[in-house]
Write a protein that binds this ligand. Sequence first.
Ligand code: PLP
Length: 363
Amino acid sequence: MKDVWRPAIAQMTGYTPGEQPRPGTPIIKLNTNENPYPPSPLALEVLRSLDSEWLRRYPTPYANDMRQAVSEVLAVPIEWIMVGNGSDDLLNVIIRAGAEPRRPVVYPTPTYVLYPTLAAMQGAEVVEIPYGDDLQLQIAPLVAAQGAVTLIASPNSPTAHVVSLADLRTLAAQVTGVLVIDEAYVDFADETALSLVQEFHHVIVVRTLSKGYSLAGLRLGFAIAHPDLLSGLFKVKDSYNVDAIACLVGAAAMRDQAYKDECIAKIKASRSQLAADLQQLNFKVWDSQTNFLLTQPRDQDAATLYQTLKDRQILVRHFNHSGLADKLRITVGTDAQNQQLIATLTQLRQPDCSRNGSIEGAS
Ligand SMILES: *Cc1c(COP(=O)(O)O)cnc(C)c1O
């Protein structure tokens, strides 16, 4: 079939997600930044005791139970909160509301590879402004690009760095259009830009329960912004964009901050250990305020190493993009998973054993 969809759709390539083997597959999955720990036991209890009425009826259109939980935890009024089917849904709604031809989408690179896909769906022009050396945000060119929507992931993927609050404030003060701060990894970071939504009514902060709360399969995220800004997005979203189960389970997870904090503390400790171990193996490792590490194997080809690890049932992420082709993004797993990765990498460095798939005997 040809020429059935808009030319913009025919021309775009579509998003390539990381590999998702079925749960239970014996694989060490360090490729899509999931949290290696289970979700909150309180959230699982809500799931188990769910009354069938919740399934028979339509959910509340605005996911009010979830909004209430976010409101309590972050001390933000309910009217400032919008819930989405993952933060990808919210990013999609924002781009649909804001971007079209001659209303460009602007973002620094490298960053989340979904952004250009969302812009392409709208036929919107994309302006990419590369980060400087040492990953400084290039504020003047970002402003000059005059985006209808400017997107900053902070902490960013795949670089793992945080854009300073000072830089984000400077950008917010100068940028035209809407400024989206994608805080998917904020739970692993030392700072947040949430305060900017009060200072600037054209700023939206987007968060997710996929990473910090171990709920990537549930699909739940939320946006925080001035109610006048959100009102345009409420017109664009699906009428029931968050299912009843996600809303109830997510609210319980959100309220269980103690459990989340415990998991985050473990991941941060594992992150330090993994970074040190990789450095020992001659990897360059960038500072991380996320649950993954951007790494560069100094004495091996990254694409080959990605495949070699995959052959040994360890999945990491390799991006065939400019500036990233010599790097690997590695999600921080449990200590046992990280040690397995390190053992495998250690074994691969010993020429005698490198053709042997087994990791037995690796130290
Ligand atoms: C994972 C991720 C998201 C998507 O989160 P979902 O809520 O699972 O859709 C958004 N932005 C960035 C930068 C991410 O890494």
